[in-house]
Design a protein around this ligand. Structure first.
Ligand code: ZN
Ligand code: ZN
Length: 261
């Protein structure tokens, strides 16, 4: 699987400031093999255009959604990718409700939608995809998700947004030979012990999780760790983050980073 990070920032990055900033992160989103999109965020077409690949999203056949927060789930993006196109939106019923409220009944017409449940594995365009519970609140009744995505024996865990991992999620993933984990690091080195610990990760939390994974030698022998969903106001610059995470052997993602899983 080839994963391209289309966005690696939290909600506090303002796309209007793109041209005036030396280093920029769009709202979090990732594309697998050009066909499976994780989170139809508001900036995905901006990435495609600025990356010099305006057709990048033309091949998207399926979209999976972590939760309905505006930095991950943009109704206009869903319409552009799904309406009257061979592209299916896989998400929670509550997420679809949010879409209906924003677009109206006529607005969701022509959008293929499939409701998914936590802990069930779905065949989505040749990928085995399992939504798992995340520790993050979006709208009442909605369970935000992380995802396990598997193809040809290679496994990705995508965990934006979630503080820690809920027990049932850990129980599901702990014996899987996962090859790449994308964990969220909303809070950076200038935001240790931040108040957002109940919905987002801080460096201390990341460090503890990594030490535990390594102590019990979980996942595949070649497992690699990445972080994404960095908040503009809670981090310094990317180079400092690279250095800061070096001792933890974690790679911070940036917009446009491609990884082979
Ligand atoms: Zn977010
Ligand atoms: Zn969120």
């Amino acid at each position: 699987m080839k994963l391209t990070f289309l966005g690696t920032g939290a909600a506090d990055w303002n796309i209007a400031a793109y041209d005036s900033m030396p280093f920029f992160r769009r709202n979090s989103s990732a594309l697998i093999d050009g066909t499976l999109l994780i989170d139809p965020g508001p900036h995905v077409f901006h990435f495609a255009e600025k990356n010099g690949t305006p057709d990048l999203l033309d091949g998207v056949k399926n979209i999976i959604v972590t939760h309905s927060h505006g930095d991950h789930f943009c109704p206009e993006t869903v319409v552009r990718l799904c309406r009257d196109r061979d592209c299916t939106l896989w998400c929670s019923p509550e997420c679809m409700k949010v879409l209906g409220e924003k677009l109206g009944n006529d607005g969701v017409f022509g959008i293929n939608f499939r409701s998914t449940e936590i802990g069930k594995t779905y065949d989505i365009g040749g990928y085995k995809v399992t939504p798992l519970r995340s520790n993050h609140f979006a709208t009442p009744g909605e369970i935000a998700r992380t995802y396990l995505v598997e193809r040809d024996g290679r496994i990705l865990f995508y965990g934006c947004d979630s503080a820690w991992l809920p027990t049932d999620t850990w129980n599901f993933m702990r014996d899987k030979p996962i090859n790449a984990l994308v964990l969220e690091l909303t809070c950076g080195e200038i935001a240790t012990y931040d108040w957002r610990i109940f919905e987002h990760n801080t460096p201390e939390m990341l460090d503890i999780m990594l030490k535990m994974f390594r102590k019990y030698n979980r996942f595949a022998p070649d497992v690699k760790y990445y972080v994404s969903h960095m908040a503009r106001t809670l981090h310094t610059d990317h180079e400092s983050l690279v250095k800061f995470l070096e001792p933890m052997n974690v790679t911070p993602a940036y917009d446009g980073l491609q990884i082979e899983i």
